[in-house]
Design a protein around this ligand. Structure first.
Ligand code: PGA
Length: 251
């Protein structure tokens, strides 16, 4: 049985006081929801403080990116050990905004995923086609390229710690979510790829989240699909009410 996972990606939002406030509100509103795995991913500057707020709660901490090197002269970067020391359990890797604006490639995603797993953290690996690719009928080809090359060389035992986030770029921040059928079609395809790359049993255990304009009123139908195991939430994770409602609508 795959446990539903709802992760909030705060992106470049929230100062430290704002982050602490939101984390406190969520801790209070979500204290009784252990059937859903809940993760919040504040910006780097807030990780440590939010980590303290949620330390004894059922909410886990995640980061939005990481560097693959252990330490050294990499100005502006943050290592796995630093994230762990701030209390992180999860790390989002290969988000489409990083692929689009910060030259993230499948190659760097792969290095980051391996580093994260080696350090005992759990990667949330993002994949997904953009609008032009979907219109040209290339969505499956693009997602296959992301999956195969981002996960290349990750052994079976580590793969169990990986969460995949299917985020069609055309649905991110647009208010237009993929329909439940569109999401299921791609999630099923991804699970098929994992079956080819690993085996059926393992593919059946890996969680695949959907991301892109997830809201309290569409989460229920999205997760009603057999291969949709939760959501990576952007905009609606910035308010305590909407994020709480998304989690509660999964119960
Ligand atoms: P959104 O973002 O929920 O605002 O569409 C999702 C994401 O980018 O993870």
């Amino acid at each position: 049985m795959r446990k539903i996972i709802i992760a909030g990606n705060w992106k470049m939002n929230k100062t430290i006081p704002e982050s602490i406030e939101l984390a406190n509100l969520l801790k209070r509103s979500l204290y009784d929801t252990s059937e859903v795995e809940i993760v919040i991913c504040p910006p780097f500057t807030s990780l440590s403080d939010v980590g303290e707020v949620i330390m004894d709660s059922n909410i886990k901490l995640g980061a939005q990116d990481v560097h693959w090197e252990k330490e050294g002269a990499f100005t502006g970067e943050v290592s796995c050990a630093m994230l762990k020391s701030a209390g992180c359990v999860y790390v989002i890797i290969g988000h489409s905004e990083r692929r689009q604006y910060f030259t993230e490639t499948n190659g760097t995603v792969n290095k980051k995923a391996k580093a994260v797993l080696k350090e005992g953290l759990r990667p949330i690996v993002c994949v997904g086609e953009n609008l032009e690719e979907r219109k040209k009928g290339r969505a499956f080809e693009i997602v296959k390229d992301h999956i195969v090359n981002s996960l290349s060389g990750i052994p079976n035992e580590d793969m169990l710690k990986v969460t995949i986030a299917y985020e069609p770029v055309w649905a991110i921040g647009t208010g237009v979510n993929a329909t439940k059928d569109e999401a299921e079609e791609m999630h099923k395809y991804i699970r098929g790829l994992l079956t080819e790359m690993y085996d059926k049993e393992l593919a059946g255990e890996v969680r695949i989240q959907y991301g892109g304009s997830v809201k309290p009123d569409n989460i229920r139908e999205l997760i009603s699909e057999p291969d949709v195991d939760g959501a990576l939430v952007g905009g609606a994770s910035l308010k305590a009410d909407s994020f709480t409602d998304i989690v509660k609508n999964c119960l």
